[in-house]
Ligand binder design. Structure first.
Ligand SMILES: Nc1ncnc2c1ncn2[C@@H]1O[C@H](COP(=O)(O)OP(=O)(O)OP(=O)(O)O)[C@@H](O)[C@H]1O
Ligand SMILES: O=c1ccn([C@@H]2O[C@H](COP(=O)(O)O)[C@@H](O)[C@H]2O)c(=O)[nH]1
Length: 296
């Protein structure tokens, strides 16, 4: 009530004069008026009210009708909604897709080992002697890094320099494309070199591309690898063949990549080879290991 009177206060009028404010406000007006005026006003008010109530009875859009209709609509829509919710079909879980290729048609050997253990060198020999396709994850990343229009170039460059692992989405995508391109050309024997370097990569590759046949693991003392990499760094032009990056790569290898080797080892799928001997000696060991696994 006080609030309503306050609202009328802005309507300035001489003392005793009726304010031309809306009906609701007039009722709360504090300004005095004569009795006659009061009774005239009251009778006007009553006749207005009677008119209103007659009109309300006549019109289908009167307050009562509208409120009633709205109520019916509200109840009806609630009932309908509950019926439809009950019968709404539940979303079926997405079916698991499985690898793109069967390991009966496509043969993948993972080649792992510390940086500088000689993976690339031995893969090169097997390409010439056994007709494998050599896919080096590092080479694919380096090519992507400098590819015009690549969105991942800067990220790849930073990971390589820091010796960290590029997010799997990037590397798995590059490998998936490379495998598919080669399969389309009728090639089906792959050496996947320097991959998987992290557990998520191993799981995604085997879930989405193809299950690996086994892993060749090159064991090599750290000092030997260091000497080889520093020597290679004199001519390789690689951003990570320097002492700072090499130390970081060694740490990543032990902390992040060795768990992958252990994971496959527990499945009996790792062939371990010493590789701190001349290239051809190591090469012969590799070939013997392949023969033992049925690859001639
Ligand atoms: N058995 C070996 N004896 C001596 N030197 C070797 C031997 N194998 C490879 N090398 C040399 O060591 C260096 C590293 O070899 P390679 O590039 O094959 O290693 P990697 O494991 O592929 O390294 P990264 O993981 O860094 O690419 C090369 O300069 C290579 O010529
Ligand atoms: O699966 C991978 C493989 C490589 N990287 C990055 O590339 C460099 C160099 O790899 P090399 O096999 O020695 O050529 C490696 O240190 C990683 O930074 C990767 O992220 N994921």
């Amino acid at each position: 009530m006080f609030t309503r009177s306050l609202r009328t206060a802005s309507l300035k009028a001489p003392r005793g004069q009726l304010l031309k404010a809306p009906i609701g406000l007039r009722a709360y007006s504090k300004f005095p008026s004569s009795d006659k005026k009061k009774s005239e006003e009251k009778s006007n008010q009553n006749s207005n009210d009677q008119k209103d109530s007659k009109e309300q009875k006549k019109s289908p859009f009167s307050k009562g009708y509208v409120l009633g209709a709205l109520g019916i609509l509200a109840v009806g829509s609630t009932v309908l909604a509950s019926v439809y919710t009950k019968h709404e079909p539940k979303l079926a879980p997405e079916p698991k897709k499985g690898p793109a290729f069967s390991d009966k048609d496509v043969s993948v050997i993972f080649v792992l080992g510390g940086p500088g253990s000689g993976k690339g060198t031995q893969c090169g020999k097997l390409v010439n002697e056994k007709g494998f396709v050599h896919l080096s994850a590092g080479d694919l990343l380096r090519a992507e890094q400098v590819r015009e229009g690549s969105l991942d170039g800067a990220l790849i460059a930073q990971c390589i320099k820091e010796g960290t692992i590029v997010p799997q989405e990037v590397t798995v995508r590059l490998l998936r494309n490379a495998v598919a391109d080669n399969v389309a050309k009728g090639k089906n024997k792959f050496l996947v070199d320097g991959f998987p370097r992290k557990m998520d990569q191993a799981l995604t590759f085997e879930d989405e591309i193809v299950k690996s046949a086994f892993t060749l693991f090159f064991e090599c003392p750290e000092q030997v690898m260091l000497d080889r990499l520093l020597e290679r760094g004199k001519t390789s032009g690689r951003a990570d063949d320097n002492i700072e990056s090499i130390k970081k790569r060694f740490r990543t290898f032990v902390e992040t990549s060795m768990p992958v080797v252990d994971y496959f080892d527990k499945q009996g799928k790792v062939v371990k080879l010493r590789c701190d001997e001349p290239v051809d000696t190591v090469g012969n060991r590799v070939k013997e290991a392949l023969v033992k696994r049925g690859i001639n």
